[in-house]
Design a protein around this ligand. Structure first.
Ligand SMILES: O=C1O[C@H](COP(=O)(O)O)[C@@H](O)[C@H](O)[C@H]1O
Length: 265
């Protein structure tokens, strides 16, 4: 690995959310300069609730012109469960309820790319169709090997999984597909689709958001990068993407973690 990931840790989730806002808006600014659009992938789990605090609460004295320009956002899913959007396990359904439905009209409407529910019975087809969606956004030329997201927002499960990439699973070795199916997720529901590791590590910026004491044992392994930690899905992202990766944590999640490069935004 080149340079190490950045670790940011804050006393509370509210403090974290305020700094995550600053970080996301910096990524938005860079993306709009690059191609007048902000293409991101988001995860499910605990992330959407924190994202809502980050995106819908402006900083004191913030110039509204520097806030989220949602009409330029293109929101894809880092992973999705093979369930209808109104099912409680749907990552799109969660993001819609927690964030999308709460965006005030004057901030604009993001372009959102959920899975095609027509293919829920066949996860390979579901993944292929979602890959087509990515291709039409990212691959203007046939020569594009991998999509380059402006930002991918990830969670970290207590077992070290991220997206629907699980420890020791063969999907961690997928080198060609952009989106892959999984039928045996150890965390329910078992049938899902996920961005693959090369797609995740190819993004301009990658941010993990991990909060709460329940994450501290796994974060110790991942961030201290022992042999086990380096081989976990989150550790593999750190290893491959290095300084492009930022970890946003609260104090409870990193209690007792010895990490040499703690920063502040
Ligand atoms: O199953 C999933 O879990 C991970 C981690 O969730 P968290 O609640 O521990 O933050 C999530 O990032 C992923 O999108 C989701 O499908």
């Amino acid at each position: 690995m080149g340079k190490q990931p950045n670790l940011y840790s804050y006393p509370t989730v509210d403090n974290l959310a305020a700094q995550l806002r600053t970080y996301i808006l910096a990524c938005q600014k860079a993306a709009l300069l690059r191609h007048d659009a902000f293409k991101i992938a988001v995860s499910g789990g605990s992330l959407p609730a924190t994202l809502t605090k980050a995106l819908l609460v402006p900083a004191e004295n913030e110039d509204p012109a520097t806030g989220p320009q949602f009409s330029k956002w293109h929101i894809f899913f880092a992973d999705e469960r093979a369930v209808p959007s109104d099912h409680e396990d749907s990552n799109y359904g969660l993001l819609k309820k927690d964030l999308l439905d709460k965006i005030p009209a004057e901030l604009g409407k993001p372009n959102v790319y959920p899975i095609n529910e027509k293919y829920l019975d066949d996860t390979q087809e579901l993944a292929d169709q979602y890959q087509e969606v990515l291709m039409s956004s990212f691959a203007q030329k046939d020569s594009v090997r991998l999509p380059v997201f402006d930002l991918i927002l990830l969670g970290c499960g207590p077992d070290g999984h991220t997206c629907s990439l699980f420890p020791g699973h063969e999907l961690l070795r997928e080198a060609d597909a952009w989106v892959a199916p999984i039928e045996d997720s150890p965390k329910p529901p078992p049938r899902r689709i996920t961005l693959t590791l090369p797609v995740v590590t190819h993004a301009h910026k990658i941010a993990f958001v991990a909060t709460g004491g329940g994450k501290k044992d796994i974060l110790k392994k991942i961030l201290e990068a022992d042999d086990e930690g380096r081989s976990l899905p989150c550790g593999l992202v750190n290893e491959a993407a290095g300084e492009k990766v930022s970890w946003f944590t609260d104090r409870a999640a990193v209690e007792g973690v010895a990490f040499p490069r703690r920063g502040s935004l």
